[in-house]
Design a protein around this ligand. Structure first.
Ligand code: HEM
Length: 461
């Protein structure tokens, strides 16, 4: 067998002699990944300054190696865990090892499809409230920031799914605190470790601490009132509180419930909101797809409110949403840190915090070997026949392997219901002259928001 090559011998753009590819990583990461893969193939090494190597893979075989077959050799990067810790603590996204395994086992039943179906009504209610607000706008001909609208909607939905109505008295306080906490966590992750340490009383740190304090007090108060029997709820929090380890009989502590609740709150709204924003943008650009999607909604629902049972019938709508997440995957990159030595594509991977292995859905979903004419928006790619011909790891908006998104069915149901309800009553149009560009922060957002015209389909709609 040939000797494995060293990292230094791995293919990839050389970049600046000292900084490597770090400038482009800052200014245009999407193009950096796309171009590197176009030029050097499905395994590339990028240099982030003199000491850090970023290995990026876009072939289903290599992705499977990292995320599935040898997942034990790749953990969440320690820097990511450190930056997310103040908000997410030891929740499902940041935890690892046996503790993560136990939590995942405890939480999985809360996300089964039958259980999720009970949340459909409140998802549709929240959508109808948004549409009522759209209808009542004082200046309906002005464009609306549809990205912000989707964020507000999905935050409300996951809040209700977690805490039923318990949070409603505090909804705007919690919403604001979460927005501050999310913005600061994103900023920290993107700053590559260059931010003022927590003990310094900068304005940002103080606002962050205050936001965390608000979240903690609201969440701990809800838990305490549930434990005292003062309130009840048929919601995610109730199932998390009831979940019991099959071997030990243990349940989650209040601190663990808090970490899981903030994790679901955060992981569960920005991603879905961005996926929906991109969908509205793409539909406005592709009127023939929009017409077909609206016709399906009309045929299946005929004007009535959608339910969870309608979702399997809304097949084309699901394909449209899947194709939107192919072109604009909200989690545009996933990172791992090798915790055991490995050999990947014939290259030695040392177990080191200075090596990060990434599987970037944005580039994987544009790999021309897997996706012919990758820039073309074509929901037919997700017909059952075409899907059956692709390797599973060619499409990973929700990740893959054991760390697959626990909320994938939640998000798919939520998105389908929202799209169906909006399409029944409104048409969203692009604002002429406004260029929509992707901005790869922690999630992939439309840069500067997404202004669109929202027009009711019927005067009385
Ligand atoms: C379109 C919407 C969504 C997208 C694109 C998305 C994407 C992802 C991805 C790619 C991962 C894996 C990250 C990695 O391996 O590094 C993930 C994990 C996770 N997601 Fe989602 N997600 C979405 C919606 C949701 C929702 C609605 C919830 C909860 C209500 C949720 C909760 C989580 C949690 C808790 C994890 C960590 C799972 C674990 O490590 O065991 N997500 N998500």
């Amino acid at each position: 067998m040939p000797e494995a090559r060293t990292l230094g011998e791995a293919p990839g753009p050389r970049g600046h002699w000292f900084w490597g590819n770090i400038q482009e990583r800052r200014h245009d990461p999407l193009q950096l990944f796309l171009r590197a893969h176009q030029e050097y193939g499905e395994f590339v090494r990028l240099r982030m300054g003199p000491t850090i190597s970023l290995i990026s893979v876009t072939s289903p075989e290599l992705i499977k190696h990292v995320l599935v077959d040898h997942a034990d050799r790749y953990g969440k990067p320690s820097s990511l865990v450190r930056d997310a810790w103040p908000v997410l603590g030891n929740g499902l996204f940041t935890s690892s090892g046996d503790f993560w395994k136990r939590q995942r086992r405890l939480m999985q039943p809360s996300f089964h499809k039958e259980r999720l179906a009970t949340l459909a009504g409140s998802m549709v209610d929240a959508t109808r409230q948004m549409l009522a607000r759209w209808r009542a706008r004082p200046s309906p001909s002005e464009p609306l920031d549809v990205a912000a609208e989707m964020m507000h909607l999905t935050l409300g939905i996951v809040g209700r799914a977690l805490f039923s109505t318990d949070v409603s008295g505090n909804a705007s306080r919690v919403g604001q605190a979460l927005t501050v906490a999310l913005a600061e966590t994103n900023r920290r992750i993107l700053s590559l470790g260059l931010y003022a340490p927590d003990f310094l009383p900068t304005a940002r740190n103080r606002a962050f601490r205050q936001a965390l304090g608000t979240l903690d007090s609201v969440i701990f108060d809800i838990i305490a009132r549930r434990r005292a029997g003062e309130t009840q709820g048929d919601d995610l929090l109730a199932t998390l509180m009831a979940a019991q380890d099959a071997d030990t009989g243990e349940r989650m502590t209040d601190a663990q419930l808090r970490d899981e609740a903030t994790t679901l709150f955060l992981a569960g709204h920005e991603t879905t909101a961005n996926a929906l924003a991109w969908l509205w943008h793409l539909l406005a650009q592709n009127p023939e797809v929009e017409t077909r999607a609206r016709a399906e909604v009309q045929r299946v629902l005929g004007g009535r409110t959608p339910t969870a049972q309608d979702i399997p019938q809304l097949r084309y709508l699901t394909q449209v949403f899947e194709e939107a997440m192919r072109l604009y995957p909200p989690a545009w990159i996933m990172a791992r840190q090798p915790v055991k030595e490995d050999v990947l594509a014939g290259v030695q991977i040392p177990a080191s915090p200075r090596v990060i292995v990434v599987t970037p859905p944005y580039a994987i979903h544009r790999n021309p070997r897997l996706w012919p004419e990758p820039e073309r928006f074509d929901p037919e790619r997700f017909s059952p026949e075409q899907t059956a011909q692709r390797p599973r790891m060619a499409y990973l908006p929700f990740g893959g392997g054991q760390r697959l998104c626990i909320g994938n069915n939640f998000a798919l149901m939520e998105a389908t219901l929202i799209i169906a309800e909006v399409l029944q009553h409104f048409r969203l149009r692009a604002v002429p002259g406004h260029t929509v560009e992707p901005e790869p922060l922690v999630t992939l957002r439309p840069k500067g928001g997404l202004p669109m015209f929202v027009e009711p389909l019927h005067a009385s709609a």
